[in-house]
Design a binder for this molecule. Structure first.
Ligand SMILES: [Zn+2]
Length: 157
């Protein structure tokens, strides 16, 4: 009990040893942040929380909602038709390149046979491209249209 041991005012001490421990510390906010959008696209995660898996298996079975934040992935019937734009964009350039490469290496072959061979070689890539195109579509659509549409029940017809 040294009640008379206070330093004189004006002297600079190192730190207050008796400071209360209830100081707010934003220490683990960085760990709680959402992963980056590119990372979440390549790991096929939810566009909202970027943590929940979009697909339920390694094939094309999708989770109906995000297992982490509950976001409904398929907003409306036929929603994933929009993913076709991305799948075409991913499929047509390599198919064209494979076909032209075959034609260039063996010009005597018909263009039709080059296209058929390219399509056969391309078959194993169909599932990865469809998966990736759906994730891209989800992120694209949610980026430009983040609000879920309200049901028109409250509106007058
Ligand atoms: Zn989510």
């Amino acid at each position: 009990m040294n009640m008379t041991d206070h330093p004189p005012e004006g002297t600079v001490q190192g730190g207050e040893p008796g400071s209360p421990p209830a100081v707010s510390a934003p220490a683990n906010t960085a760990a709680e942040e959402r992963p980056g959008v590119v990372h979440s696209i390549f790991t096929m995660r939810c566009p909202e929380c970027r943590r929940g898996k979009v697909f339920a298996n390694l094939f094309l079975k999708m989770n109906p909602t995000c297992p982490v934040c509950g976001l409904k992935f398929e907003r409306e019937p036929g929603y994933f038709l929009g993913a076709m734009y991305f799948s075409y964009a991913m499929a047509i350039p390599p198919l064209t390149a494979m076909t032209l490469l075959q034609k260039w290496r063996s010009p005597e072959r018909s263009m039709a046979s080059c296209i058929v061979v390219s399509a056969l070689v391309f078959i194993p890539l169909v599932v990865p491209i469809v998966r990736f195109s759906r994730v891209l579509w989800l992120h694209f659509d949610r980026f430009f249209d983040p609000q879920d549409r309200q049901t028109p029940a409250s509106k007058s017809n």
